[in-house]
Design a protein around this ligand. Sequence first.
Ligand SMILES: [Ca+2]
Length: 99
Amino acid sequence: MDLPLPPDRAGRRDRQVLLAILEDPSYPDFLTLPDENVPAFQNAGMMMGNGFDAFVGAFGFIRAETDDPADDVLTYDDLNGNAVWDTDEPFHHSPVTER
Ligand SMILES: [Ca+2]
């Protein structure tokens, strides 16, 4: 296996150790996924995708907010004070505080 080495010495040493393990016949399954775990990883991938989809969808709810955003974790900066989201008003998260 011929991979380019990073310029720093620590990275080069780490990469050499990794390559030695990858090429060691004593560890034929190193960094491979056991067949019995494939469904769990596929399910995790689907759940992660669904999570990203829900995250993107949340922006629709945030834009529709018209009440006081003081208790919202995710909200927008109502820069013109009209209590509705307008194009170019940035989104932000509120710091977590005890209530
Ligand atoms: Ca506004």
